[in-house]
Design a binder for this molecule. Structure first.
Ligand code: KG4
Ligand code: ZN
Length: 340
């Protein structure tokens, strides 16, 4: 039997300072997340400078707690992995610098990991039977990607958003109807009280790509609806707006995913990213998959949001392939999936 591989992973690409210890890519020994959400809520969104400063304050405590929770010392880990892109440059730099210092000090290999690869790999943690190839819909605050996972670390992007990410649209619409930040979970909750058919919002389609997404037109349609109600003196029912907007997003996400599976002959679909914890999306995707005999996978909400366990999961498959980063590893804010 081959030796166990234990990885200390660090994630600081946006507003969560996180560290985790993961064994063999699937077993989470610890998963520590310090969320800065309360700080950023005051400003209605993530303030990059505040995020970087908070990461600096918290990173050492979070890493230490991850080792303590796993009952391990630094000498017990086989490698140190860190998200090096995409994300906010100042935020990424804190995690990258910490990981480099820790790896150098403890004389351990260093691995730079792609944030989206992490989100996709979160699915491996609770689904021991899930192995590539499969399809994955990545929906977060910064990304909307429909990906064919051909092998570990091998991705073909079938479609992506041409403007706003799905989570970004949730956040902007939530702000417009007065729900505050972060909007996704609030729209998810309020939608239970609303009628998803109350308002006919648009579902964007492209002539030249069946898989690409666009959410900025939908966001504008919601804003126009709110303005026109105000001008006409009509009452707005926030729950109906939330439910109708959410349904429009879900219809597109489910529709594109099913089309991809049909055209590619795929039999397995996973979802990932912050928006993947949306209960209505999960239910709709699960129902669509069941109807077509497709196996459906999704991480628990704590593994959908930004976390380091997902980085440890992705890092394992890179580690066993022999991938290593040098001490010249840098933050790459616009890093593309599949690029090193
Ligand atoms: O993956 P994530 O934690 O950070 C990024 O990498 O962006 O995703 C955060 C996004 C936010 O836009 C948030 O509003 C959205 O995920 N989100 C949700 C839900 N929970 C979080 N969107 C819809 N429904 C939810 N339940
Ligand atoms: Zn993320």
């Amino acid at each position: 039997m081959s030796k166990d591989v234990t990885i200390l992973a660090i994630e600081s690409s946006c507003d969560e300072t996180a560290a985790a210890v993961v064994r063999n890519g699937r077993e989470v020994l610890s998963n520590v997340i310090h969320s800065q959400i309360d700080l950023h809520t005051l400003y209605g969104g993530v303030v990059p400078e505040i995020a970087s400063r908070q990461h600096i304050e918290k990173i050492n405590q979070v890493v230490e707690k991850a080792l303590v929770d796993a009952s391990l010392s630094l000498q017990d880990v086989d490698a140190v992995a860190v998200t090096y892109g995409p994300g906010l440059v100042g935020a990424l730099l804190v995690g990258v610098s910490a990981a480099k210092a820790i790896a150098y000090g403890a004389d351990k290999p260093l691995l730079g990991i792609h944030h989206i690869e992490g989100h996709i790999s979160a699915n491996y943690i609770e689904n021991p039977d899930l192995k590539p190839p499969f399809h994955c819909l990545v929906v977060s605050g910064g990304h909307t990607h429909l990906v064919h996972v051909k092998d570990y670390g091998e991705y073909e992007i079938l479609g992506r958003t041409r403007d706003d990410a799905a989570g970004e649209a949730f956040d902007k619409v939530a702000r417009a109807i007065g729900l505050g930040y972060p909007g996704g979970p609030k729209i998810d909750k309020l939608s239970y009280e609303g009628n998803p058919q109350a308002i006919a919002f648009p579902r964007a389609k492209f002539e030249d790509s069946v898989y690409d997404f666009s959410f900025s037109g939908l966001k504008s349609a919601v804003l126009n609806y709110l303005n026109s109600c105000e001008m006409k003196g009509e009452t707005v029912v926030p729950a109906d707006v939330a439910a109708s907007f959410q349904q429009a997003v879900i219809d597109v996400l489910v529709g594109h995913s099913m089309e991809a599976l049909k055209r590619c002959g795929g039999t397995r679909l996973a979802i990932a990213g912050g928006v993947a914890s949306n209960k209505h999306l999960r239910e709709a995707m699960e129902a669509a998959c069941r109807e077509r005999g497709i196996a459906f996978y999704h991480p628990s909400p704590i593994l959908c949001t930004d976390n380091a366990a997902m980085i440890g999961a992705a890092a394992y498959y890179e580690f066993i392939k022999g991938v290593r980063s040098g001490y010249d590893l840098n933050a790459v804010p616009g890093l593309r999936l599949g690029e090193r």
